[in-house]
Write a protein that binds this ligand. Structure first.
Ligand code: HEM
Length: 442
């Protein structure tokens, strides 16, 4: 521990990327996107920018600050594995999650997060860091992200453009049309009206959630094809209804029946909607992924009902694209999915709330009624992308058919088994650079 504290102060802290540098790099990256393309892949030539951050689990904080171990977030204190059952993840008879090692236990003290333009650069930065750490840590596992290339650049493995909707943060930049501005205290300690840190050194820090989510892509595509055939609808439309966006990123409220690639690609328009004009699921099912995890004006009081549950997402896909053999067999044989990462100031009220109270709950969005049926409540079903049904729970989503324009047809999307399989999770606290140098290395 003493050696770790020494290298934390002398070697790690100086390598950690500051927010100021990240903001400056965003401009560089933006400019590089208009730079010459890598002719072979049709992708921008990546900039040689390496980033590093370090974060600790409750066990790690307990070692570094033994007298101040309870950071005030019950989910963080209990750790991710303890929440597996509540998250709806598969568990064994003793309640242990069916996750891969070491996520399934309590051995993880912390995580180093490395970013780079290419995988070899990331691997070189990792090696350099490992040397600098001088055997003060025991490396339990490493994960390598892989952004998709060519036409799938920026898309996750099911094929949908990701990273479209993020909250704007009060005091930082100008929001895009339709982007809600959220109190910075919901993401970083010490700002706005929310989340006074329990300890001074938590100021400028944030909670980070990592989830290793395996995606069964051929199975997902087969499911869309078979359910689409059963319902008499196009598989691509069914996929868009389950996500709430087309693969291009266009939302289905304003593009209910066919994709609108221009809308999807336009950051000034692709978030400028709030479901208030979409009564009776004509454009977007209540259970669609984006409507479940950000119901926008579906809740009358967005300030208290939605905003405090928002998260900032910064995940990355992992694994290779579907091979021809997998596509032909309809079965996944390669390891691929999403390394989901999100930031918040309360894991209980943000990440866990979204997964448990909204995505997994067959009632949410609560209080929605059918047209012309005397106020009969809609049984919405679960989020067909990330919803976890626990043991024997229902796996359906209401109103797969667009129901456009009449609103009087009933249909259900049935999911015999999940196509996103959670394989792990870690709950972490990301400290500020000054806390790393002063309090945590003390
Ligand atoms: C493999 C799993 C997942 C896939 C394939 C996936 C895919 C997507 C896609 C394609 C979008 C729309 C594009 C965008 O707005 O960025 C989206 C949005 C979003 N996802 Fe996921 N996601 C996954 C897991 C999760 C998890 C675990 C959570 C949180 C519990 C989550 C929360 C969100 C949120 C908050 C949004 C933005 C909604 C909005 O503001 O409109 N996602 N996701």
């Amino acid at each position: 521990l003493a050696l770790f504290k020494t290298v934390l102060r002398s070697e790690v802290a100086k390598r950690v990327t500051s927010t100021r540098l990240v903001v400056a790099r965003e401009f560089q990256v933006r400019d590089a996107k208009v730079a010459p393309l890598d002719v072979a892949a049709g992708d921008p030539v990546p900039l040689p920018l390496v980033g590093l951050n370090v974060a600790f689990t409750n066990a790690g904080i307990g070692k570094l600050r033994p007298n101040e171990a309870d950071l005030g977030d019950p989910s963080f204190v209990a750790g991710a594995a303890a929440s597996a059952k509540a998250l709806g993840d598969p568990i064994d008879g003793s309640g242990k999650p069916l996750w891969i090692d070491p996520y399934d236990g309590t051995a993880i003290d912390g995580v180093f997060l490395i970013t780079a333009g290419t995988q070899p650069e990331a691997a070189a930065a990792a090696n350099d860091l490992i040397t600098a750490l001088q055997d003060s840590v025991n490396l339990l596992r490493s994960e390598m992200g892989a952004v998709r290339t060519g036409a799938q650049r920026g898309h996750e493995h099911f094929g949908f453009l990701d990273g479209v909707s993020q909250p704007a943060i009060a005091g930082l930049g100008t929001p895009f049309e339709g982007q809600r501005t959220i109190d910075a205290g919901h993401f970083v300690f010490g700002y706005g009206v929310t989340s006074a840190p329990r300890f001074e050194w938590m100021r400028n820090g944030s909670f980070m959630v990592i989830r290793r989510l395996k995606q069964l892509v051929p199975e997902f595509n087969s499911l869309l094809a078979s359910e689409g055939a059963r319902l008499g609808m196009d598989a691509e439309l069914l996929g868009a209804r389950m996500m709430g966006r087309w693969q291009s990123g266009a939302q289905t409220v304003d593009a209910p029946l066919q994709d609108d690639a221009e809308l999807g690609a336009d950051p000034f328009k692709n978030n400028d909607f709030d479901f208030s004009d979409d009564l009776f699921q004509r454009g977007c099912p209540y259970g669609a992924h984006i409507r479940k995890v950000n119901p926008r004006a579906d809740l009358a009081d967005q300030v208290d009902g939605v905003d405090p549950h928002r998260i900032i997402r910064q995940g990355i896909p992992f694994g290779i694209d579907v091979t021809d053999a997998e596509a032909a067999s309809g079965k996944t044989s390669e390891d691929r999915g999403l390394l989901f990462v999100c930031y918040q100031s309360s894991i209980t009220n943000q990440f866990e709330f979204l997964q448990e109270t909204w995505a997994n709950s067959t009632g949410f969005v609560f209080g929605k009624v059918r047209p012309g049926q005397n106020g009969a409540a809609v049984s919405v079903g679960f989020d067909p992308i990330i919803g976890q049904s626990g043991e024997g729970g229902a796996r359906f989503t209401d109103e797969a058919l667009p129901n456009f324009p009449t609103g009087d047809q009933r249909s259900q999307f049935a999911q015999p088994s999940q196509t996103v399989v959670p394989q792990g999770g870690v709950y972490l606290f990301v400290p500020s650079i000054s806390a790393l140098i002063c309090e945590l290395a003390d």
